[in-house]
Ligand binder design. Sequence first.
Ligand code: NDP
Length: 283
Amino acid sequence: KVLCATGIIAGLLAFFWKDPFSPESLFGVRVLLTGASAGIGEQMAYHYARFGAEIVLTARREAVLQKVVEKCLTLGAKKIFYIPADMSSPSEPEKVVQFAVQKLGGLDYVVLNHIGVTRFQMWSGDTAYTRWLMQVNFFSYVTLATAALPTLEKNKGSLVVVSSLTGKIPTPFTTSYSATKFALDGFFSSLRHELIMQKRTVSVTLCILGLIDTDTALENTRGKVYLTASPAPEAALAIIQGGAMRVQEVFYPWWLQHVCRLWVLFPYNRDQVLQSYYNYSSP
Ligand code: NDP
């Protein structure tokens, strides 16, 4: 009984007491960041640069990556490299990790953030697209993480996986995208258990984001949803802080965690409420 009570108290303390985020903890850390040429990934690159990190950026467009690199250098990045790579190619993820380890001498953070072109529309029956998106949004994450685990373990590092509310709650117009994000939750939450059980000191942080004001997201959702988008620089900072504090799940905006809880607690009428946020007039 005493053991049980002590366990509960320790659990409660761990739940409520979290060391505050210390920006200094990121000075000189070695980061591999995907999807870094635009949107939230670009903003994360700027934050890591301001914190004085050593960074490897990747995405497909070389010219855009070069511009992000230049800005990162003006912001204070200690070291910065980039490697263009298309994550729809199964051989690219491993090459990217090898490049990063070779350039930085190891990795402390791997931040998986890229996504393939997202269709925000009713299911059209294009299963080839779903397969392709699974490769870009899911299988490449698995390969990147697997290739990086040895160096992360050596450095007590962190895997940070960017997901979405639609990876916790299925929403309309996102069939394939939602499937890739649910897959990420299943894989990486299971991996987290295994790493803890094996006492391998690599943290896994899953980031659940709501609508964020990146160009692609705004373009995709224009006229189709009644939701307000949150700012990308803030979302980027929330992800970085969550990774640095080794929390299991980051919700941004913060209240999304309550939305997820309510979704489970109140199964009645929830679909109707959710659908009312989406604009669909049948042809
Ligand atoms: P963006 O579309 O703005 O950026 C996507 C990034 O991925 C770009 O750097 C792009 O660069 C890269 N990319 C695209 N295709 C490939 C590919 N085939 N191989 C490698 N890289 C590729 O996305 P966001 O910033 O909006 O989203 C970032 C993350 O946040 C994603 O994981 C997304 O699911 C998540 N999220 C975003 C939300 C939002 O509302 N914005 C909401 C919920 C979650 P390039 O074209 O140069 O390859």
